[in-house]
Write a protein that binds this ligand. Structure first.
Ligand code: GLU
Length: 465
C-alpha cells in the first residue's frame, strides 16, 4: 500500500504547539513509509478563515522542516467538486432534500427534550418505499441530507483508541449541503480523503464523533475508509486543554523567544509518542522510529521546562556556524552590529554551553560589541584596587607573549597569580571590569580568546597607567 497522510487544519486563527503535533505525526508516518504527505486547508468557514492563519501554518511547518508532497490544497477551490458529488448522491438516492425549516427543527428539538429524548432529525423528508412525503413548500430552499443507514453499527479499529463501535441509531441524517448549496464540513472531509486517496487519517480526538458519519458517507460512495488514528488532546502545564485563552504560545512565539526548530520538533515528537526511553533524538531517528503503535493513549501534558531543557541540549550541541547564523537576527534586534567586533561565530561558541535560548546567547554577546569602556577615575579606583596594579602590569606582558589560545591565556594568569601570591578572583575581577566595565562575563581565558589579544591589551593598559 502506498501510504498517503494529510494535515487538514482549519485556518481560523491561533496555531499552538498541540495543533502542529497533528501535522508532525502524519508527516513522520508518511516519511517513515516513503509515502506522501499532503496539506489541506479546510477553509470553508468563510467568516473565521483567514489567509494570515494559512500563512502562519505554512511558515510554522516549513520552519520545523515538515515538507509537503502535495498542497496546500484549499477546500474553497474544490467547491464545484463537492457540489457535483451532492448532485450525484441526490440522483442515486444516497441523499435527499429536506424542507424542514429552522423553526420546525427547533420545535422538534424542544419536544424531544421535553420527552427526555435525544434531539435528532426525525426523518420526515427521508424517502422510503411506500412512504408519502409532505407537499414541498413553495419558495423554500432545502438542505440536502445523507441517508444514513438504519440499524447496525459503524465499527472501526482506531490505531490509538482500539476498536470503536457506534450504533447507526445514534446518527441522524447528516446535512451535507446547506440551503444555499454550500457543502458542510464533514462532507467535504470525506470527499477530500477519498479523492486524495488518504490511507491514514491521523488527527485530534476531538474528531472521533465525526468519524462514524464520515465512514458511512464514504462507504455509501463506494470508498474504503482509511485507517484512523485519533490523538489524545494536549494539555497545558496546569492540566487544561491547551488553548490561546489559557496562555498557549504559538509556534511563532517560540521562534521569537529563541527556540530552535530541532528542539521543538523533538519536543513535539515526545508529546504523545515514545521510543523506549529516548528523549533527545534527531529528526532522522524520529522518522526512522515512528510508528502508530507507540502513540500514547492518554492526554499529553505540555512541560515548558522540558522544552527549555531540550532547547539547551540542541544549542549546546549545535554547530557554531549554524548557531551563529540562527542567533544573528536576535543580536541585531538587540542593536548589536555583529560585523563591528570579534568574530560572531567565536562569541556564540563561547556562550552556547550556558544558554537556554538564542536570546540568551544574543544578550551574552552584547558585551563584545559595545565600545571599549571609558572608565572614570572613580570607577577605576573602586573596581581596580591599587594593590593589583603591579599584577595587572605583569599580566599585560604575560598576555602579550602568550599564545592566543584559552590554554595560553590560562597559563599567563597562572604565572602572574603565583608570582603575586593572588587568588584567581582577585585578578580576574579587575580584569573583567577593565575589559567590559562589568564583572559578569564567561570564563576569562575564553573571553580573551574571543575579544582578541590586541583589544584586550589596549583595554587593560588604560587602567594601569
Ligand atoms: N480541520 C479540522 C481541524 O482543524 C481537522 C479535520 C481532520 O483532520 O479531519 O480540527
Amino acid at each position: 500500500m502506498h501510504i498517503r497522510t494529510r494535515f487538514a487544519p482549519s485556518p481560523t486563527g491561533f496555531i499552538h504547539l498541540g495543533n502542529l503535533r497533528s501535522a508532525l505525526y502524519p508527516w513522520a508516518f508518511a516519511r517513515h513509509n516513503k509515502g506522501d504527505f499532503i496539506l489541506r486547508i479546510e477553509d470553508t468557514d468563510l467568516e473565521r478563515s483567514t489567509q494570515e492563519a494559512v500563512d502562519v501554518i505554512i511558515k510554522g511547518m516549513s520552519w520545523l522542516g515538515l515538507d509537503l508532497d502535495e498542497g496546500p490544497i484549499y477546500q474553497m477551490q474544490r467547491i464545484d467538486r463537492y457540489r457535483e458529488v451532492v448532485k450525484q448522491m441526490l440522483e442515486s438516492g444516497l441523499a435527499y432534500p429536506c424542507y424542514m425549516s429552522e423553526d420546525e427543527l427547533n420545535q422538534l428539538r424542544d419536544q424531544q427534550m421535553a420527552n427526555k429524548e435525544k434531539p435528532r432529525y426525525n426523518g420526515l423528508w427521508r424517502p422510503e418505499p411506500g412512504k408519502t412525503l409532505p407537499p414541498v413548500p413553495e419558495g423554500v430552499n432545502p438542505v440536502i441530507r445523507f441517508k444514513n443507514p438504519i440499524g447496525g453499527s459503524v465499527i472501526w479499529n482506531d490505531a490509538v483508541k482500539g476498536q470503536i463501535e457506534i450504533s447507526n441509531d445514534e446518527l441522524d441524517d447528516l446535512v451535507i449541503a446547506r440551503p444555499d448549496g454550500t457543502p458542510t464540513y464533514n462532507f467535504c472531509v470525506v470527499i477530500d480523503d477519498m479523492d486524495m486517496k488518504i490511507t491514514h487519517v491521523i488527527r485530534g480526538d476531538d474528531h472521533v464523533n465525526n468519524t462514524p458519519r464520515q465512514i458511512n458517507i464514504m462507504k455509501a460512495l463506494g470508498g474504503t475508509p482509511p485507517i484512523y488514528a485519533h490523538l489524545p488532546t494536549v494539555l497545558n502545564d496546569s492540566g487544561e486543554k491547551m488553548s490561546k485563552r489559557n496562555g498557549a504560545m504559538s509556534v511563532r512565539d517560540y521562534q521569537k523567544a529563541g527556540y530552535l526548530p530541532e528542539a521543538i520538533l523533538n519536543y513535539l515528537a515526545r508529546l504523545g509518542w515514545s521510543h523506549g526511553d529516548a528523549e533527545v533524538f534527531t529528526k532522522e531517528q524520529f522518522v526512522g522510529w515512528f510508528d502508530l503503535e507507540s502513540l500514547g493513549r492518554s492526554p499529553a501534558q505540555h512541560n515548558p521546562e522540558k522544552l527549555l531543557w531540550l532547547n539547551h541540549q540542541y544549542i549546546q550541541n549545535a554547530d557554531p556556524e549554524k548557531l551563529a547564523a540562527a542567533t544573528k537576527p536576535f543580536a541585531h534586534d538587540l542593536g548589536i552590529d555583529t560585523e563591528a567586533g570579534p568574530d560572531f561565530v567565536k562569541v556564540v561558541g563561547l556562550l552556547k554551553d550556558r544558554a537556554n535560548t538564542l536570546i540568551e546567547i544574543a544578550e551574552g554577546a552584547k558585551l563584545f560589541y559595545l565600545p571599549a569602556p571609558d572608565l572614570s577615575a572613580d570607577q577605576i579606583k573602586e573596581n581596580i584596587p591599587e594593590s593589583v596594579v603591579p599584577a595587572l602590569k605583569d599580566l599585560v606582558s604575560a598576555i602579550a607573549s602568550s599564545e592566543s589560545t584559552k590554554e595560553g591565556y590560562a597559563a599567563a594568569f597562572k604565572q602572574v597569580l603565583a608570582k603575586h601570591q593572588l587568588k584567581m578572583p582577585a585578578l580576574a575581577m579587575p580584569v573583567r571590569y577593565a575589559l567590559f566595565a562589568t564583572t559578569q562575563t564567561p570564563a576569562i581565558d575564553s573571553v580573551l580568546v574571543v575579544l582578541g589579544k590586541e583589544e584586550a591589551i589596549q583595554r587593560l593598559s588604560k587602567v594601569i597607567h
